[in-house]
Design a protein around this ligand. Structure first.
Ligand SMILES: NC(=O)c1ccc[n+]([C@@H]2O[C@H](COP(=O)([O-])OP(=O)(O)OC[C@H]3O[C@@H](n4cnc5c(N)ncnc54)[C@H](OP(=O)(O)O)[C@@H]3O)[C@@H](O)[C@H]2O)c1
Length: 352
């Protein structure tokens, strides 16, 4: 592979689980270099920096944003802090890759996009599966009419089980944006919108109606939930999520001339690359399309950002998340949460 002459200089904001996954991807990146980390605690920044060989470490997020060595910031806090730190990073002139969901609701996401626009910086929501070549191939197969006219979509992402609920975990704490819809339900919604868009000849589509249901548990977050999204052209998607039972975490698309299945749509590969696989059943035959991948989804994601920044662009190209795609996803999540009865502090009028 050709080596890039200019590497994007990254700073990671926070030191949790996914921050480690991204640091691992950057440690092998051809397009980016991890130059700094910021944590709320200097000791965490030091431990993270020692593990990943990061030259600059900061005991406050503000100091990471003030670091002139940093060109792009990866915001990897729990969701309720995404808006504040993405806006502040943009205001500090840093390019922003922010973990999913981009914000707690559409109104917050609008504020992040406005900050990126005003400051002329790159912004992308970190749906890493959108950066893996499997997802581009899936959209291509749909656009090419491989299964005819798309009629129904089924997509799920849910995990967990048993009776254990850890109220201290961010997943069950409303103050940390807990709940399945926001944690992993955002994936099937974003995938359905991508597939419906490809079927309609666009980068994505927004549902014209969302009907949903969810179980809200004693900590006040959705523990399992499902929704039906209706798109233009009567394309109907069924999406599901859970924190308390493991779902069939696949995607199927049903068309007038066949069907298509993606056994591993979310590509959460942190250690080794995952070869993509899309199984197409059409015209009486079933064939698997293999999609080679030389690196992990997180490494593809870092490349998408670096190449867009190098080209002077402020947003990625589909199927990676564009700003409008993220804003539409947040609106669909707002509708699903409303139907399920999940309300966060950020949704209350005083927070707007
Ligand atoms: N793309 C993916 O595959 C993927 C996978 C998992 C998670 N995510 C997303 O990434 C984000 C972080 O998830 P995670 O699993 O990495 O979470 P995590 O392990 O709990 O880490 C979150 C980090 O955020 C910082 N933080 C700031 N304010 C905090 C607060 N009030 N409470 C707790 N931590 C706080 C902490 O870092 P410091 O102590 O260093 O400040 C903490 O280590 C979420 O938005 C999630 O949706 C994405």
């Amino acid at each position: 592979m050709k080596r890039e002459t200019k590497m994007l200089q990254w700073g990671i904001l926070s030191t949790g689980k996914i921050a480690h996954a991204f640091a691992r991807a950057l440690s092998r990146s051809q397009t980016g270099r991890l130059v700094a980390v910021g944590s709320r605690a200097r000791s965490s920044a030091d431990a993270f920096a020692d593990q990943w060989n990061v030259p600059r470490r900061h005991g406050r997020y503000e100091d990471l944003l003030a670091d002139d060595a940093v060109q792009a910031v990866y915001v990897a806090t729990p969701h309720p802090m995404h808006a504040e730190w993405s806006v502040r990073a943009a205001a500090a002139g840093k390019h922003v890759l922010c973990e999913k969901p981009l914000a707690m609701n559409r109104a917050e996401a609008d504020r992040i996009a406005a900050a990126a626009r005003e400051n002329g910086v790159f912004l992308m929501e970190a749906f890493m599966y959108r950066c893996h070549p499997q997802t581009a191939e899936l959209a291509r197969l749909i656009r090419a009419g491989t299964i005819g006219e798309v009629r129904m979509i089924r997509a799920a992402f849910g995990f967990g089980g048993g009776d254990a609920i850890d109220p201290a975990s961010r997943l069950f704490d409303p103050a940390l944006g807990g709940g399945g819809i926001m944690d992993v339900g955002c994936y099937p919604v974003s995938m359905s919108r991508l597939i419906a868009g490809a079927a309609l000849g666009r980068p994505f589509a927004n549902p014209v109606a969302v009907a949903g249901a969810g179980r809200v548990g004693r900590t006040g977050v959705d523990e399992w939930a499902a929704a039906v999204l209706r798109f233009e052209g009567d394309i109907i998607a069924q999406v599901a999520t859970s924190l308390r039972c493991t779902l069939e975490n696949t995607v199927e698309v049903y068309g007038s001339a066949g069907r298509l299945a993606v056994p591993d749509p979310w590509l959460c590969d942190r250690e080794k690359p995952t070869t993509g696989r899309i199984v197409v059943s059409a015209g009486g035959k079933t064939a698997a399309h293999e999609v080679a991948a030389a690196q992990t989804s997180f490494a593809f994601e870092a490349d998408v950002v670096a190449r867009a920044v190098a080209a002077g662009r402020v947003e990625a190209a589909s199927p990676a998340m564009t700003w409008e795609d993220s804003l539409g996803n947040m609106a669909a999540l707002d509708a699903w949460r409303a139907a399920a009865g999940v309300v966060y502090p950020a949704d209350r009028p005083a927070a707007a």
